[in-house]
Every structure is written in C-alpha cells, then in structure tokens.
Design a protein around this ligand. Structure first.
Ligand SMILES: C=C(N)C(=O)O
Length: 126
C-alpha cells in the first residue's frame, strides 16, 4: 500500500512532490519549510518562528495519516546556517517528549528552497 497524503492544514507543495506518503506501517513527510497553510512564506522571520512553522506543518501532514509527533522515528533538519542550531533546538525540543525524542540528523546546507532558514522532514510509525 502506498497512499498520498493531502491536507489543507499544511502548505501545498512548492514543487513536484507530495506533502506526505504513507505505507501500511510508515508515514513519510516531505521536507517542510516555513510556509503557512495559507501560503505565506516566513523567510524573513527568526529561526524560532521558522522552526515552529516547519514543525507545525510536519504535525499537520502526520495528522492526515492519523499519527502524532510522538510516533516519529526519525527527523532530518536542514539548516541554512549552522549558527542557528542552538536556537532551532530550543523550539524543536518543545515538540517532543524530553525523555524519548526521535532519532535526528541536523545538517547545514548551502541553500534551501525559497530562501528559508530551515527545512524539516520526518518518518513516523503507524
Ligand atoms: C520543499 C520541498 N520539500 C522540496 O522542494 O522538495
């Protein structure tokens, strides 16, 4: 089984990809950027705001598959500037159980789509 996720509670794709895809046992979100469900790009906002919006988008896509942030196995965080790492973490940790957060990679990249500061994707179990 491979089903495409689509929700109005997360922003539409900005390219040729689905917001998320689910299988019988797993949910994959697309990389979520700080774009509101209404289509407002928060590229000029602080990394706190950008991280919060990206994670809210991840949460909304997961909800479309009936799963929650606590079901996430692995997160990948892409930062435009590694100096934003600590600030991103401060917001990031508020979305997860302090004792059992998911596995994660955090990587600085040269550039992100639409000039944003952070992109976040997740894999969750059902
Ligand atoms: C924003 C994305 N996830 C993309 O362009 O693939």
């Amino acid at each position: 089984m491979r089903e495409i996720l689509h929700t109005e509670d997360a922003p539409a794709a900005v390219g040729a990809y689905s917001q998320g895809v689910e299988t019988d046992s797993l949910v994959f979100t697309a990389g979520q950027i700080p774009l509101t469900p209404e289509g407002d790009l928060l590229d000029g906002a602080s990394i706190d705001i950008q991280t919060e919006q990206a994670l809210e988008n991840v949460e909304a896509v997961l909800a479309d598959a009936g799963v929650e942030m606590s079901d996430i196995l692995k997160v990948s965080v892409y930062l435009d500037d590694i100096d934003d790492f600590d600030q991103m973490n401060e917001i990031y940790e508020t979305f997860f159980d302090e004792e059992a957060p998911p596995a994660r990679s955090a990587i600085a990249v040269d550039e992100l789509p639409k000039g944003v500061g952070v992109e976040i994707e997740a894999i969750a179990t059902k």
